[in-house]
Design a protein around this ligand. Structure first.
Ligand code: M6R
Length: 369
């Protein structure tokens, strides 16, 4: 059942184009109209929403961080993201006009479940994004959007992360539609691009062999840093989490703009630094800023591993390793930029002899607080 692979994780990484297609299936009409039936929240309810709060743990939290960029940009609704374990202990402000989005692959994470219960007690409406049909979190929520990624056996979330992102995009775009298309053309263009995502992920997978080779050379590194900006920042966080849980290595992610506020002191000769470069479309200022960050760290001797969109020649002179991903709209870039980081962590862990399906000390679903 591992489909010829030694580990479920390898199979699940390769399955991602199909998983992404399955999340989209039946939800995007030919004219771009979105149908999210199981959401069970009426358009009139969604028009009243004044604030969105996303709660989740681990990788699902990273999906939530990316969703914030998309939802605030497309819908102009204030959106907060919080790790579920912190949420109910700080007296958060919730009411009937708050939409809480709980993201959980398993639907069983106790931290997220307790946050959902708390939010409902405070009269907020709760929408779950979940992969496991009939699990507890969707049963206790007002509505649900299933990711339909199929069972994920590897402890590390891979295909479920990509499909959570798709679900978040669908919700953001749907909210924008029901609330009256502020950026109609952009929304329609993104909806059209979503349909290409399975193919784009396929293209990334076809070119990851150099990432595998690179990962094998780094198994003795004591730490790996990850930098990103905009939606590339949560991608960097996700790359670092994968490395910790699979390769048992110290890894840390920073928003690239924070570098000069402290972390740059860590940069030394040969330190591997992975940089997720935002796509140039609509964000060229950010792009230029991150290119100067890459120059700064390279000037201090770091080994720069750069993930950038195809054809981005500006980064090449400063990249010790350049990993190219297809050019897609900025907000969708995490779909393609995350895949090389999954492969990187998986291969590095395998090079160290670790069991990537069942990393030490971890469980697939965390059912205690
Ligand atoms: O099932 P959930 O999405 O609620 O799980 C949340 C985290 O425990 C989970 O994403 C964890 O961080 C993964 N092992 C990461 O790969």
């Amino acid at each position: 059942e591992k489909g010829g692979y030694d580990y479920f994780m390898l199979k699940e990484i390769v399955e991602q184009p199909k998983s992404v297609a399955d999340t989209l299936l039946g939800r995007v009409g030919v004219d771009g109209t979105l149908t999210l039936d199981e959401m069970r929240l009426a358009p009139s309810d969604l028009r009243d929403i004044e604030k969105i709060v996303i709660i989740a743990c681990g990788t699902s939290y990273h999906a939530g961080l990316i969703a914030k960029y998309a939802i605030e940009h497309w819908c102009r609704i204030p959106c907060e993201v919080e790790v579920a374990s912190e949420f109910r202990y700080r007296d958060p402000i919730l009411n009937r006009q708050t939409l809480v989005i709980a993201i959980s692959q398993s639907g069983e994470s106790m931290d997220t479940l307790m946050a959902v219960r708390y939010a409902r007690e405070q009269q907020a409406r709760v929408l779950a994004i979940c992969n496991v049909n009939g699990s507890t979190i969707p049963r206790e929520s007002d509505g649900v959007l299933y990711t339909h990624a199929g069972p994920e056996v590897g402890v590390a979330a891979t295909k479920t992360f990509l499909t959570q992102l798709i679900a978040c995009y669908l919700i953001g775009l749907y909210l924008a539609q029901v609330r009256g298309l502020k950026f109609g053309d952009e929304i329609n263009a993104v909806i059209a691009q979503l349909a290409n995502m399975p193919e784009q992920v396929e293209r990334v997978l076809a070119t990851v062999e150099p990432v595998r080779n690179l990962a094998r050379t780094l198994s003795d590194a004591s730490t790996v840093l990850f930098l990103g900006r905009h939606v590339g920042y949560p991608v960097a966080l996700e790359g670092a989490l994968k490395l910790k849980e699979l390769a048992y290595m110290h890894a840390e992610a920073f928003a690239a703009g924070e570098l000069k506020h402290g972390p740059i002191a860590l940069i030394e000769k040969d330190l591997p630094v992975v940089v997720v470069v935002p796509s140039r479309e609509g964000r060229s200022v950010l792009h230029d800023k991150i290119v100067s960050n890459i120059q700064e760290i390279r000037a201090r001797g770091a080994r720069t591993i750069v993930i950038a969109e195809e054809g981005d020649e500006t980064v090449r002179p400063f990249s010790d390793e350049l990993i190219e991903v297809p050019a897609v709209p900025t907000l969708l870039q995490p779909i393609v930029a995350t895949v090389p980081l999954q492969v990187f962590a998986c291969e590095l862990a395998l090079a160290k002899g670790n069991d990537v399906d069942q990393p030490r000390n971890l469980a697939k679903s965390v059912t205690v607080e």
